[in-house]
Design a protein around this ligand. Structure first.
Ligand SMILES: [Zn+2]
Length: 200
């Protein structure tokens, strides 16, 4: 029992953490605590990811479609696990923005998931369609980089309603909208697309 727990907890680092023969009671107490599951998949050297790290993943998805650099990822807040990645596929279906794509992929891959335990990261502020989809899904927090006003100023077609307003006027949800995550990097994606004259 003890040895099984230790292997799960620390993997190959067991010797450095717990020399042979040392009492493992403290580890087992930690293992029994709520939230100890976090240790299960985290190696000793891994650091918890922060919003910038997840936005970098969204940027990487956006770079798959440089003409429409809207990328998004969905993350399980407690474990930090990335559950789905998506990007703008409007060339095939005009309604499949990056957020819609990642929500659809998450729904397909994770049946009966608790959506309120999830956060969404997107390179640009969700349009009213996407923010509404986020509300209907139940996703608790949205992090975005580039703002709708920035997109408008750079020639991108946008419906002139901010994501925060959609969230505020959705009485059945308490969605938090947080902008400005890696904003300069995200803005650069859309400026590059604009320079190519390929904006929507
Ligand atoms: Zn949208």
């Amino acid at each position: 029992m003890v040895h099984i727990s230790l292997r799960v907890l620390v993997g190959n680092s067991r010797k450095s953490l717990l020399p042979d023969g040392q009492c493992s009671a403290s580890v087992n107490r930690r293992w029994n605590k709520p939230g100890a599951i976090l240790f299960k998949s985290m190696k000793k050297t891994q650091q918890p990811m922060n919003p910038d790290d997840y936005m970098r993943l969204a940027i990487a998805m956006a770079q798959k479609v440089p003409r429409f650099p809207f990328g998004a990822v969905i993350v399980q807040r407690e474990t930090g696990e990335v559950l789905a990645k998506g990007y703008n596929r409007s060339s095939r279906n005009p309604t499949v923005h990056g957020e819609i794509d990642v929500i659809n992929r998450c729904a397909a891959a994770h049946v009966n998931i608790d959506w309120t335990a999830l956060d969404l990261y997107t390179t640009a502020e969700p349009c009213p369609m996407c923010q509404s989809a986020i509300a209907w899904s139940g996703i608790a927090t949205v992090y975005f980089g580039t703002s709708i006003p920035f997109l408008q100023q750079h020639g991108w077609r946008q419906i002139d309603i901010r994501a925060e307003e959609v969230a505020r006027r959705t009485p059945f949800r308490q969605t938090t909208v947080i902008g400005g995550i890696l904003e300069a990097e995200c803005n650069a994606l859309f400026e590059a697309a604009q320079r190519r004259g390929e904006q929507a």
